[in-house]
Design a protein around this ligand. Structure first.
Ligand SMILES: [Zn+2]
Length: 440
């Protein structure tokens, strides 16, 4: 794209835009940032480590690579061949751009890793969040899905509090829909303040929790259940759901003798998704849905085909469905869905680093098929702060690239391209999540 006039003009505008970030998993306050870390441990928390494992790094070697008690160069030697093999993926590029933008180092390599680590360790001082999110990334706010600590799957809604300079919270509804252990249920009971004795209590508890979440500042709901089940949520009767729910009580007396993991039947899960959407309908909330590729090394990708949600789109026409990750690799399916349904929106969070190429092509396709007020261009989707810089940089480049190609095709001029960029990066997410009211 270098030297292309339309691209240069559009990118010149886009690189300075203030943007909304539709999705992050960062610590809710900078003070909560993990301090016992170093560059390899932090940068390989997620995403790029999966490319390394995909390239052949064993799980046990990976664990050594992220163990900051071992010498840095030994760990680098262990990971180097896989880093080299995966070095051109979107994940790798995001990290290289980040170290360039934040630390002035061209890329991560054997020659730079030690110097880089020194600079990284200094970034653990307060003020780094402001540098990354505001100065370098020009992010107005990020919608935050805080992942609970200590492998707890449920967030107490009081924990939705976050630093409002940077974040607005979203409320994950998955534990209401698919509790997976006795502990999940106990945590819900604890917040509800009463024991749950039947399915009606459960429904009431979920509504109370959702109201608490809204009071604690949540601006939208989120579901990531495509990691563990299909996105097809059938309509089932109260009786069918209750039958599945009652299984929870079958072994409750055993609780004091043994740990219990259990699966509540799918009819209950289906019922609960419909129940949550009824609440979203009543309370006028948008819901963010994980669709497409699951993070990690191995899952069932067809469980997360976004077209499986079609019955929900039809049955809850006043609920806004924000489809994450452009549904990759179902970005063409997402195109058809967003074209068809007034209540379906495309969210490119995570997408620009999963595949920069697919992101550009998909956006070009959507410009031809989908009204431009239905697309949000960026969500960092990172657990650690530094890589947000690289991701937003790539997003700005990709969007500019797609728009410039449309200018070349004579679909519109550069002025219109710049206007669309503003919609994709700011106005659309602002409207979809009613964020304007939260800016004070
Ligand atoms: Zn995420």
């Amino acid at each position: 794209m270098k030297g292309n006039r339309a691209f240069e003009e559009i990118y010149d505008h886009v690189k300075n835009l203030e943007i909304i970030d539709t999705h992050e998993h960062l610590p809710a306050f900078e003070s909560l940032r993990e301090k016992n870390t170093d560059i390899l441990k932090e940068y390989l928390t997620h995403y790029f480590n999966c490319d390394l494992i995909s390239a052949g790094l064993s799980q046990s070697d990976y664990e050594r690579v992220i163990d900051s008690d071992y010498p840095l160069m030994d760990r680098w030697s262990l990971v180097e061949p896989y880093w080299e093999a995966a070095g051109n993926t979107g994940y790798a590029r995001a990290l290289n751009i980040s170290v360039r933008e934040l630390y002035g180092i061209e890329s991560i390599s054997r020659d730079t890793i030690e110097q880089l680590n020194g600079k990284f360790m200094k970034s653990l001082e307060p003020g780094h969040f402001r540098l990354v999110l505001k100065e370098k990334s020009k992010i107005k706010v990020s919608l935050l899905h805080d992942i609970p600590k200590e492998n707890e799957r449920i967030i107490f809604t009081s924990n939705l509090k976050c630093d409002e300079e940077f974040f607005r919270s979203v409320y994950p509804v998955d534990a209401c829909i698919f509790p997976q252990s006795a502990e999940d249920i106990e945590r819900i009971e604890k917040e509800y303040g009463k024991k749950i004795c039947c399915i009606d209590d459960w429904l009431e508890a979920c509504e109370v929790l959702l109201d608490n979440a809204l009071q604690n500042g949540a601006v939208a709901l989120k579901s990531a259940l495509a990691y563990v089940r299909t996105l097809l949520y059938k309509r089932v009767t109260n009786n069918e759901a209750e039958e599945d729910f009652n299984d929870i009580f079958r072994n409750r007396h055993m609780r004091t003798y043994m740990q219990q993991a259990f699966t509540v039947g799918s009819r209950f899960q289906d019922y609960m998704m419909h129940f949550v959407l009824r609440l979203a309908n009543r309370k006028n909330l948008a819901i963010q849905f994980h669709t497409g590729l699951q993070e990690g090394n191995g899952n069932i990708v067809y469980n997360s085909d976004p077209s499986l949600l079609s019955n929900l789109f039809l049955e809850y026409p006043d609920v806004k469905f924000d489809l994450f990750h452009m549904g990759y690799p179902y970005q063409h399916v997402v195109s058809a869905l967003a074209k068809n349904f007034p209540n379906v929106y495309i969210d490119m969070c995570w997408a620009h680093i999963i595949s920069p190429h697919a992101s550009i092509n998909a956006l070009m396709e959507w410009i031809d098929t989908v009204p431009v007020n239905k697309i949000s261009a960026f969500g960092g989707d990172y657990l650690f702060i530094d890589a947000v810089v690289g991701h937003q940089y790539m997003a700005r480049k990709n969007v500019s690239s797609a728009l410039a190609k449309k200018v070349e095709e004579d679909v519109f001029d550069t002025e219109r391209a710049k206007k669309i960029a503003g919609q994709l990066f700011y106005e659309n997410p602002c409207t979809i999540f009613s964020l304007e009211d939260t800016f004070h």
